[in-house]
Design a protein around this ligand. Sequence first.
Ligand SMILES: Nc1ccn([C@@H]2O[C@H](COP(=O)(O)O)[C@@H](O)[C@H]2O)c(=O)n1
Ligand SMILES: C[C@@]1(CO)OP(=O)(O)OP(=O)(O)OC[C@H]1O
Length: 159
Amino acid sequence: MNLRIGQGYDVHKLAAGYEFWLGGILIPYELGSVGHSDGDVLIHAICDAILGAACLRDIGYHFPDTDNAYKNIDSKILLQDTLELIKKEGYYINNIDATVCLQKPKVKDYIPKMRDVLAEILEIDKNTLSIKATTTEQLGFVGRREGVEAHAVVLLIKE
Ligand SMILES: Nc1ccn([C@@H]2O[C@H](COP(=O)(O)O)[C@@H](O)[C@H]2O)c(=O)n1
Ligand SMILES: C[C@@]1(CO)OP(=O)(O)OP(=O)(O)OC[C@H]1O
């Protein structure tokens, strides 16, 4: 059995006038995530962890922010496409652990829904998809509510 670990990290700016998509769902908040896509930082970190584990470059390589095809795209589509890329190489996902760094709003009540949505796209049991959240105790760009950050690790298996 071939086991491959991968790590992903992403940041998006928060600003007024944008929707706040996180973990595949729309969160009500006065600020939203700025991006070429819908700006879903959690999905982007998970995509990069999956691609990294399979040594398949990164999200910007496969879905460039210079390509109009990805303008305002729903990041759930990018996640589905990322899964297809690793399935072609014979990999499947064993488990994922992710952390969102966000000062406000509190997102813990939305996490069960995020896990349902993302686990279904990734064709995994929701008990193998962990999503956590933390503030940065008002420190740094996250603490100043200028941005949102996400980290993810994934373990892939090829039989
Ligand atoms: N945006 C966030 C940040 C954190 N949480 C939850 O609050 C708990 C306390 O977080 P601290 O950073 O103060 O340690 C933590 O257990 C998170 O689940 C949240 O829901 N949304
Ligand atoms: C997702 C892509 C493509 O729409 O755009 P952004 O929303 O700017 O996100 P980023 O995390 O910079 O990742 C790669 C991009 O190519």
